[in-house]
Design a protein around this ligand. Structure first.
Ligand SMILES: [Ca+2]
Length: 455
């Protein structure tokens, strides 16, 4: 009896309380320079709210995304590299007759199986030519914002078509889109917090071109010039919105139960003129670090160590399995995943779960990172109007990112074995790619009055 009692004490009959499912707030900036926020070393532009959020959690120093907008969104929503979706070249342009393929089981669909309320507030950019491709048909309970990139921040028009929607129906809320997105995100938090777990995805169209902002935001930057000054104001406006979102989470009493993720969807365009990617090479639309290694942080009070820095390489595709595992979702992607659960890397300091990370593969280019080594191959320029054409002779660059993080000197000729290894891995991925879907604008294309709605 004494022995049984001892066993009973060691193994209590009452099961441990299951971990509480966190609310997830994912704030995605658009075309943000890697080094423009204070938490990534920026000094010119004031981002106190984003910095405060980052300081409360982990900064991701080697978080990789795709070189442009749509593919990064496809990657994190599916856990699969965009070359599997035909989205590896360019973005989903206004006239595109395709989107994120419908056989993908995307993140909000998985989270709903774990009891989550799901909302997208901001930019979709994954297809709007047919209703089945719109967010409310793809696992989002609620949608607010726009489908295209690069819309006018005040008129909400892109290429002559109106592009502002609520629950995938035209909406005429007036105002600066960064303000509208922040306001709606706050409203969503107020309405859902404390009523079960929620996933709130907030892809701001800030700080993407066209560079537009109410004048009061640029007043803080008298020393900056031209588009850089406007961009700084736009980032300040987005930072203010981030502050409002975090405040709403705190005010509703769910901060301890909320995981925040902040990232850019690609590196800064026009680095050195408009954006600042720090010392990292090049910017948006390239496979150099300035194009794909972005500003990012994750914060969850009490779970992720405040002030920590994760230097292990991770990729946007990892969010899918990481978040589904965290939330106990039971139904997920039926298709093979590229992403891996990075939670142990972030909270326990474990190494990256990846043997290698594909940065992209197209008929004209490709890049892959394995350990400290990175291979970049270029055969020609990726052209969304002719995405399956292959270019000329292949140029190969090999970098050791530990010794040369800014990709100044290729080591390809000195390390033929390493080139062979990485090129073999890259070719292995390339063989699995489906043809890029991008096409030129059809000559007879007529812009609808409202994007996503048939005239
Ligand atoms: Ca972008």
């Amino acid at each position: 009896m004494a022995l049984l009692a001892a066993i009973a004490c060691t193994f209590p009959a009452v099961a441990a309380e299951p971990a509480k499912k966190p609310n997830i707030v994912f704030i995605l900036a658009d075309d943000l320079g890697r080094a423009d926020c204070g938490f990534m070393g920026g000094t010119e532009i004031k981002t106190p709210n984003i910095d405060k959020l980052a300081a409360a959690g982990a900064t991701l120093d080697a978080f990789y995304v795709q070189p442009v907008c749509s593919p990064t969104r496809a990657a994190f929503l599916t856990g699969r590299y965009p070359m599997r979706h035909g989205l590896q070249v360019g973005v989903v342009r206004p006239w595109a007759q395709y989107g994120l393929p419908l056989d993908e089981q995307i993140l909000p669909e998985g989270l709903k199986t774990a009891g989550y309320k799901t909302a997208i507030v901001g930019k979709w950019h994954l297809g709007h030519h047919a209703p089945d491709y719109l967010p409310t048909h793809r696992g989002f309970d609620h949608q607010y914002g726009h489908y295209n990139g690069a819309l006018d921040y005040f008129t909400h028009i892109r290429d002559g078509g109106f592009d502002w929607h609520r629950d995938d129906r035209v909406n005429h809320d007036a105002g600066y889109s960064t303000h509208l997105i922040a306001k709606e995100a706050v409203k969503q938090i107020e309405e859902t917090a404390g009523r079960g777990p929620f996933f709130l995805y907030v892809p701001f169209n800030a700080v993407h071109a066209p560079h537009q902002v109410p004048e009061k935001y640029t007043a803080a930057y008298p020393d900056l010039k031209g588009e850089r000054r406007t961009y700084a104001g736009m980032l300040s406006a987005m930072d203010e919105g981030v502050g409002q979102i975090v405040a709403a989470v705190e005010k509703t009493g769910v901060r301890q139960d909320t995981l925040f993720i902040f990232s850019s969807d690609n590196g800064g365009p026009q680095p050195g003129r408009v954006t600042d990617n720090g010392k990292f090479r090049a910017g948006k639309a390239t496979l150099y670090e300035g194009g794909v290694r972005v500003a990012a942080c994750v914060t969850w009070d009490g779970k992720i160590k405040a002030g920590s820095v994760v230097t292990e390489p991770l990729h946007a595709v990892d969010l899918y399995p990481t978040l589904l595992n965290l939330t106990g979702a039971t139904v997920a992607q039926k298709l093979p995943l590229d992403g891996k659960d990075f939670w142990p890397t972030i909270v326990e300091g474990k190494p990256t779960p990846h043997a290698d990370i594909l940065l992209n593969t197209t008929p004209n280019s490709g890049a892959i990172r394995a350990g400290d080594w990175k291979l970049v191959v270029t055969r020609g320029a990726d052209d969304p109007d002719n995405p399956t054409a292959t270019g000329g002779k292949e140029r190969i660059e090999l970098f050791n990112l530990k010794d040369d993080p800014y990709e100044k000197a290729t080591l390809a000729t000195k390390n033929p074995e390493k080139v062979k290894d990485l090129h073999g891995r890259l070719d292995g991925y390339a063989k699995q790619a489906v043809a890029p879907k991008a096409k030129p604008k059809p000559k007879d294309f007529v812009t609808p009055k409202v994007w996503g709605e048939k005239d």
